[in-house]
Ligand binder design. Structure first.
Ligand SMILES: [Zn+2]
Length: 455
């Protein structure tokens, strides 16, 4: 990833920058008009993109303190995973192929009661960041317990992240007394690690069926006071709709809307069982949804009406959900699945075309979690969150349309290098920020304890 090209002409007027990545076969900007350049180049200065565009133009204007000739490669923005519970990597594959209620109440909640502690959340989240970085994801939006520790892992990994402290109205591993949830929120925000820029705090009310109207309203008020993202699961199952209607006499989307929860800093994960009126209300409120097709498929929860959300102008991002219900954090397979799933359920091969899905996984996702000004596209002034794909692979040869390949053919193992915030964090398929061997060893140590569980 370094070394000056002998062919480059001397140009004293060129502006010096930290990195000049040039001569990539393709540069996918994923900007609002989905501009692409062939060949393309990017100039990086400190944490931001100084310029991105046609290779010759960028090379005339800039010279890099480090330069890389990217012939045979493709440059694209880092992928944005808009919904996960990163520390659940520790429960990956522990219970598959059972109904959601049994999975959640019979397996996951008891496991969390015994094994979710600060140390395990740190390790599980760090493991998730290694997986995500190697797979080209540079930003993730999280929600879990002991989220302070998860945020520390995100800081250490070098990733960009929005970290949501989980709130429920019943005892949780990090809050045995649910009456003290408000204090928990304030402590989480006041003790949040770092400067709150690359890794940002958020609050995550688990769901309208586990949080009372008062909890939802109060937590949203705290989010508004601090200008941070409010997250919740919404209408994940048909049973949830029946429960909310039974409790409050209105459907889940109407419920959130009626409580005044929906605005441009509210993210609703799943949003599957919503009527057209509820979808319209979400779109009009400027709230966002995180679409997690693989998790919903595995738990047979249903299929969100993504085409309807998009046609109403709603902001839609793509997410994996936690790796206990997916079972990976692979945004390449999530894109592929998303594009195909909506075709088959709508009996329409034009549904969710590749370009739409790539937008959801990049700029659309960044906008959905409140980071649209910072990341999600390769444009001058934005943070340098960049993924380099090796095109010299049989399964993506020949190449007619790079967007088609990224969505339908490329694999996360095609990721060769990654930059976040202008810093190279993956080179030659290896994470540079943490010791992968140590992270895997510690995760295996914890996994061995979980495997011996008796309760
Ligand atoms: Zn979730």
């Amino acid at each position: 990833m370094s070394g000056n090209s002998p062919a480059k002409p001397v140009n004293d007027s060129a502006r010096p920058v930290d990195w000049l990545l040039y001569n990539a076969d393709w540069l996918l900007t994923c900007d609002p008009l989905m501009h692409r350049h062939s060949p393309g180049a990017i100039a990086i200065e400190a944490s931001r993109i100084a310029a991105a565009g046609p290779s010759e133009e960028i090379r005339r204007a800039f010279r890099g303190r480090r330069e890389a000739d990217l012939s045979g490669c493709l440059l694209m923005p880092g992928l944005v995973n808009t919904h996960t519970h990163a520390a659940m990597t520790l429960f990956r594959g522990i219970a598959d192929d059972i109904p959601l209620k049994q999975w959640l109440e019979g397996v996951i909640f008891p496991l969390e009661g015994h094994f979710v502690n600060p140390r395990n959340v740190y390790t599980g989240t760090l493991l998730a960041t290694v997986e995500m970085l190697l797979g080209g994801t540079t930003t993730f939006c999280d929600g879990y317990f002991f989220e302070h520790e998860a945020a520390r892992a995100a800081m250490d990994s070098g990733m960009r992240a929005v970290m949501g402290q989980g709130i429920l109205d019943f005892p949780t591993p990090d809050q045995p007394d649910p009456a003290r949830y408000l204090r928990k929120c304030e402590t989480f925000l006041s003790d949040f690690p770092g400067d709150g820029k690359r890794v940002r705090p958020s609050l995550f009310c688990h769901a309208p069926y586990t949080c009372s109207p008062e909890t939802l309203r109060t937590v949203k008020a705290v989010c508004r006071k601090h200008g941070i993202l409010f997250q919740t699961h919404l209408a994940e199952t048909a049973g949830e709709v029946d429960g909310i209607v039974g409790m409050y006499g209105r459907r889940p989307g109407e419920h959130l809307s009626g409580l005044g929860i929906l605005d441009s800093l509210t993210l609703c994960a799943h949003s599957i069982w919503l009527t057209n009126e509820e979808i319209l209300a979400i779109a009009r409120s400027d709230a966002s949804i995180s679409h997690c097709p693989e998790s919903a498929m595995k738990l047979a929860s249903g299929v969100a009406a993504i085409s309807d959300f998009l046609s109403h102008g709603a902001r839609v991002g793509l997410g994996t959900d936690g790796s206990a219900s997916n079972n990976d954090l692979d945004m390449f397979s999530e894109m592929d699945t998303c594009a195909k799933l909506h075709k088959v359920v709508n009996n329409d091969p034009t549904a969710c075309p590749a370009e739409t899905v790539l937008k959801m996984a990049t700029l659309g996702g960044a906008c959905a979690i409140g980071l649209g000004e910072e990341t999600g596209s390769l444009e001058a002034g934005k943070k340098a969150d960049i993924v380099l794909i090796d095109l010299n692979r049989a399964h993506i040869t020949p190449l007619y349309d790079p967007v088609s390949h990224i969505v339908y053919s490329a694999l996360r193992s095609d990721v060769k290098a990654v930059w976040v915030d202008g810093r190279q964090v993956v080179a030659h398929g290896k994470v540079l920020t943490v010791d992968q061997k140590d992270v895997l060893a510690e995760a295996n140590r914890i996994g061995a304890i979980i495997a011996r569980r008796e309760f």
